[in-house]
Design a protein around this ligand. Structure first.
Ligand code: ADP
Ligand code: ZN
Length: 654
């Protein structure tokens, strides 16, 4: 494969980027669980009170958010529900609370075997009796979970879909009392999405076998098409559908031109997210490994993650990211679904995501705790070419390719917009809003300029070459338009073209932005096999002067990353964190250190002990007894018992 067409640092993909998501090799076709031959006592997990009481006692939260209350009321009353809520919106409580309020065990279907242990640990820390059944367990552990289920000693049970649909599991559940079925990540039922799991299609069995048990399907994927597919495939026609506000106001969206993307990423980390947790998404495995190694060499605690790594290293890296502070995970999209780490402060994309939906899911992993966070994307000409080529040369049929093309067009429109990014994002999900004040286009409005003449210069060069039966890549075209005379241009006689040198008024960088925007707008097209450029129907309109080309001016180049910069110019997220806490910042850090010790001792992620948001509130309010501590949001009865004395000791010293 050659890269002659482009010379701005594009490296061709080393493998098809459509890597199977990581649960493909997580061993989900498991043998059926062994028969339970111990005598069983059938019981029922008792109710712990009303929904609001449970929320206060168990989670220590004073009130429900958004649609939570209405969803919970529906399910507690025995109705089915479909819940579409953005990442971080609070979906888990929608099924966890009903599982505690209704008699019996809540059964949660989740594709995320690797995360079940942490989910159960987080619930145990709240005093909730939770368990899971999956292939990572030995027969003894599995049998004891099954016994607990049958004895009515479990509030929540997590299962992978492939396990749920085997006969022995269905028989097991027949003997238990079930409060609710929750189908998490319900978009996995969609054959269009990259998270498709065939076993999800078999979940309609739940309705047939247990018609009286309420079902709840949840997802952060928001388009109407996915929603319709969930309702259809899971037989949820009678369910109440809840569509939450999809805005994530604490996330600042920024899309920058791809000049020295790694350097710009490092600058972002050093100036705004120093010693904070983040995720960096790359398209290919090679890019993941190179970028992680490069960041480590620059002193950032980065870890790689992709589906090609051996399972053990991958699991170890994921655990480290979840358990320790300030780790940066460099990953393909194989990483991230179900990651509920609340304090991920930034999500960076070094390559263009394939769709707005994917972009929103990935960026949504930042700032679940509601504190200021950054979504940063570096996007360049080569991305457009590469993505168009991947679509054209992929195996999908025409319908699939057209759909993929539309997804890409929407993503490009988001990148090139001169309007508020959030307005565009939310509109994509069918939600109207006004300028947000927390995205790059709102903060530094881009200038537009009339690029019609520039576009005509480029297009007429393409026309002239076309007449000679020749097609070239962007690099060569720009040499001609800018009047450069490298050997190839002279040899081919292209310095004799009438358009030679007509565009010397713009720099190479400016020209690349012009071409990128023309490609995004369909005014030019890239030939898939050779990366050469050709005209489209719309090109003619521009050439004939029937269509104006309004372009976005490139912002100035980002400064190079430097250590000094980190001290002199704190960015928005950094500033917000520092301002909020004021005098309490020292105590907050002491509490974090205490928490790290407790988490290590108990072998759980730090946020399972107490969230950052809770520690901040403690640092600010300095409770001096257990009663005062219990008023802090996020301190429920069990955590008060377990951690109260430790926290009070730190506060007293601080
Ligand atoms: P989702 O699964 O939708 O991505 P989670 O269920 O993980 O979101 O919730 C996101 C965060 O918000 C969690 O840290 C959770 O503890 C917190 N949260 C959810 N509901 C509430 C609430 N009613 N009050 C306070 N915090 C909440
Ligand atoms: Zn905005």
């Amino acid at each position: 494969m050659t890269t002659t067409a482009l010379d701005d640092g594009w490296v061709p993909a080393d493998e098809p980027p459509d890597e199977p998501p990581d649960w493909y090799d997580a061993g989900w076709y498991e043998p059926a669980p062994p028969p339970v031959d111990d005598p069983v006592v059938t019981g029922t997990a008792p109710s712990r009170g009303t929904a609001l009481q449970v929320l206060g006692q168990v989670w220590g939260y004073p009130q429900f958010r958004g649609d939570q209350q209405r969803v919970i009321d529906t399910v507690v009353a025995g109705g089915d529900a479909v819940v579409l809520m953005p990442t971080g919106g609070g979906k888990s409580l929608c099924y966890q609370v009903p599982a505690l309020v209704r008699p019996g065990t809540g059964v949660v279907v989740s594709p995320l075997i690797a995360l079940m242990a942490d989910q159960v640990a987080a619930l145990s820390a709240l005093g909730v009796r939770a368990g899971f059944l999956n292939s990572t367990q030995g027969p003894g552990e599995r049998a004891s979970t099954e016994r607990a289920l049958l004895a009515g000693e479990l509030d929540l049970l997590y299962l992978a879909p492939e396990r749920l649909t085997v006969t022995s599991t269905l028989d097991l559940l027949d003997q238990a009392s079930i409060a609710v079925f929750a189908i998490d990540e319900a978009h996995c039922v969609s054959q269009w999405g990259h998270d498709f799991r065939p076993d999800y299609l078999r979940l309609s069995v739940l309705h047939e076998r247990w018609p009286d048990v309420p079902r709840l399907a949840l997802t952060a994927t928001a388009t109407a098409a996915t929603r319709a597919e969930i309702v259809d495939k899971l037989h949820l026609a009678d369910a109440t559908v809840f569509v939450a506000d999809f805005d994530r106001p604490n996330i600042c969206y920024r899309i920058v031109p791809k000049d020295d993307p790694r350097g710009a990423l490092l600058h972002l980390i050093r100036t705004e997210h120093d010693a904070q947790a983040g995720i960096v998404y790359c398209l290919t495995r090679a890019c993941v490994e190179d970028t992680a190694a490069w960041l480590v060499a620059k002193g950032v605690q980065a870890l790689p993650y992709h589906a090609g790594m051996d399972a053990r290293t991958r699991a170890a890296n994921q655990a480290q990211f979840l358990r320790e502070d300030a780790r940066v995970m460099v990953a393909t999209i194989a990483f991230g679904m179900g990651i509920d780490k609340p304090d991920v402060r930034f999500v960076a994309h070094l390559d263009l995501p394939k769709s707005v939906e994917g972009y929103y899911q990935e960026t949504g992993r930042a700032g679940r705790d509601g504190l200021p966070s950054t979504a940063w994307l570096a996007y360049g000409l080569a991305d457009v070419v590469q993505q168009r080529r991947l679509i054209e040369s992929g195996d999908g049929d025409e319908v699939f390719k057209r759909q993929a093309g539309r997804h890409l067009d929407a993503m490009l429109a988001l990148c090139e917009t001169v309007d508020c990014r959030r307005v565009q994002l939310l509109r994509y999900f069918g939600q109207e809003s006004g300028p947000c004040g927390n995205c790059d286009t709102c903060l530094v409005p881009p200038q537009g300029w009339d690029g019609t003449v520039a576009a005509q210069k480029l297009l007429s060069t393409v026309v002239r070459l076309d007449r000679r039966g020749q097609r070239y890549g962007v690099g060569h075209l720009l040499d001609i338009v800018r009047g450069k005379r490298p050997t190839r241009v002279a040899q081919l006689g292209h310095d004799q073209l009438s358009t030679f040198g007509l565009g010397a008024d713009l720099s190479d960088r400016e020209w690349r932005a012009v071409v990128r925007q023309m490609l995004a707008a369909g005014l030019l097209c890239v030939e898939t096999s050779y990366s050469t450029v050709r005209l489209t129907d719309a090109s003619g309109q521009v050439l004939r002067g029937e269509r104006q080309v309004w372009l976005r001016r490139e912002p100035p180049k980002a400064p190079r990353a430097s250590r000094a910069a980190a001290r002199t110019e704190p960015g928005p997220a950094h500033r917000a964190a520092a301002v909020d806490l004021g005098d309490a910042a020292g105590l907050f850090e002491k509490l974090r250190t205490w928490r790290a010790g407790v988490a290590r001792e108990q072998g759980v992620p730090a946020y399972v002990v107490l969230h950052d948001a809770t520690l901040r509130e403690i640092a600010a309010s300095r409770p001096n007894d257990l009663a005062a501590l219990s008023q802090v949001s996020g301190v429920g009865a069990t955590k008060l018992d377990r951690y109260g004395p430790g926290v009070l000791a730190v506060v007293a010293q601080g």
